[in-house]
Design a protein around this ligand. Structure first.
Ligand SMILES: [Zn+2]
Length: 147
């Protein structure tokens, strides 16, 4: 076997290992996603929405439009994409309207918040404090948070 062939063989082995690692990581990600989809159908999820809406006075914490259980969505403050382990963490969940949740998309929390009008930033901060406490808000706003 020539040196070139040996190099190629090594390269292919490395590529194979990389692909297997990616596949393993994706399996973990889809497990989280499936677990979340299952959880979302449980009475516990409905209860979370009801409890948060009650604290918020039945309005979206971002745009202040009226919100009911039937048209509420659950946002992950720290997006699932970058914080897969927080997918099922209720401390990371905030009820909001479909429109606001869609606008946020997969943006990291601080980046999304920065784009909001200052009044909306304030109501969001207040809602997070009311629902998850001051420490959670401070954690989300920390400049060194890896997002
Ligand atoms: Zn909204």
């Amino acid at each position: 076997m020539t040196r070139m062939e040996t190099c190629l063989q090594l390269f292919n082995q490395m590529q194979g290992a990389k692909l297997r690692a990616h596949a393993a990581v994706n399996r973990v990600y889809s497990q989280y996603r499936e677990q979340y989809q299952d959880w979302r159908q449980t009475p516990e999820a409905r209860q979370l929405i009801e409890q948060q809406l009650q604290k918020l006075g039945d309005i979206c914490p971002v745009c202040q439009r009226g919100l009911a259980v039937s048209n509420s969505t659950i946002d992950h403050l720290e997006p699932k994409r970058n914080h897969i382990s927080k997918t099922l963490c209720q401390e990371n969940m905030l009820v909001m309207c479909w429109r606001c949740n869609t606008q946020k998309g997969t943006l990291p929390f601080t980046l999304w918040r920065h784009q909001l009008h200052p009044f909306r930033q304030q109501s969001l901060d207040y809602a997070i404090m009311q629902i998850h406490g001051e420490a959670k808000l401070a954690e989300l706003l920390a400049p060194n948070t890896l997002q």
